[in-house]
Design a protein around this ligand. Structure first.
Ligand SMILES: Nc1ncnc2c1ncn2[C@@H]1O[C@H](COP(=O)(O)OP(=O)(O)O)[C@@H](O)[C@H]1O
Ligand SMILES: [Mg+2]
Length: 256
């Protein structure tokens, strides 16, 4: 089995990273893929959003070498979907790592033994470009960038692209951008059309044709600890993430 390792990256908070990891993960699992999602954010939104209480072993223990990655994998309510949760200790990890030798490599080394057991491992990054995110970029093969169609979107995107470029040059030459995903799309207005056109003109091959609509059902689902395809499988949000899962499958096939 050849695993695909994808991280969801944007240094801005509230752009739909966590929502995309849980719902894309669940959509891929529904297609029969064996999927592991990693909560790399000390906020733990991915963990609570999939109904885990974050007790027991988590990403902190794995990265700090206190347990094996296998031992920290927990089942979720969804068949084929597993999580390594976040817990309160994640908050101190950036600082703990700073003083370590080869501090960028901790996640990669900790997850090496996992690769053969999964079709997809999806990493939900914190909203910063700190050391935990650098560790994620050093480990992953692919980046998906969720972004909202708003006026300042391009500014953040340029910094993110430069950072990814730097990591490619130094720590992970194999890192590829799988795509840019527009999230929380309301409707075609002059502004949203301009933003989509603008981003498309700079990165013509990177835009996913699936666009995630703003939807109350998507916002409600995590408070029930459920992904959208279980919470309301017929909603627009569920359809959008189902379509994204197919597009991701196609793209990783092509980019191999
Ligand atoms: N497509 C969407 N429609 C409506 N609400 C959404 C959508 N995507 C995310 N949200 C909500 O917006 C907030 C931020 O999303 P989240 O995925 O947590 O972003 P991030 O992980 O980038 O900080 C959350 O409350 C989430 O439920
Ligand atoms: Mg998040």
């Amino acid at each position: 089995m050849s695993v695909k390792k994808i991280i969801f990256l944007n240094q801005k908070g509230g752009v739909g990273k966590t929502t995309t990891v849980v719902n894309l993960g669940s959509a891929l699992a529904q297609m029969g893929k064996k999927v592991l999602i990693l909560d790399l954010d000390s906020q733990g939104n991915l963990t609570s959003g999939i109904g885990s209480d974050g007790r027991g072993l988590g990403m902190y223990e794995v990265i700090a070498g206190k347990c094996s990655a296998q031992d920290a994998c927990q089942k979720t309510l969804v068949d084929n979907l597993f999580i390594i949760p976040s817990n309160i200790h994640m908050a101190g990890l950036n600082i703990e790592l700073v003083a370590q030798y080869e501090r960028e490599l901790f996640l990669k080394r900790a997850l090496e033994s996992l690769d053969d057991s999964w079709d997809y491992i999806l990493g939900d990054c914190p909203p910063s470009l700190g050391l935990v995110t650098v560790n994620a970029m050093t480990w992953a093969q692919y980046v998906i960038i969720p972004m909202q169609c708003e006026y300042y979107a391009m500014e953040g995107l340029n910094l993110l692209m430069r950072t990814i470029g730097n990591i490619k040059k130094s720590l992970n030459p194999d890192l590829k951008i799988l795509g840019i995903l527009f999230t929380m799309f309301i409707k075609r207005t002059k502004l949203t059309t301009e933003v989509v056109d603008d981003v498309s003109s700079y990165f013509p091959d990177l835009i996913f044709s699936t666009i995630i609509p703003r939807s109350i059902r998507l916002a409600e689902a995590p408070s029930h600890g459920l992904p959208i395809n279980i919470y309301d499988g017929r909603s627009n949000g569920a359809k959008a993430y189902g379509s994204l899962a197919k597009e991701v499958e196609k793209r990783v096939g092509k980019l191999k």
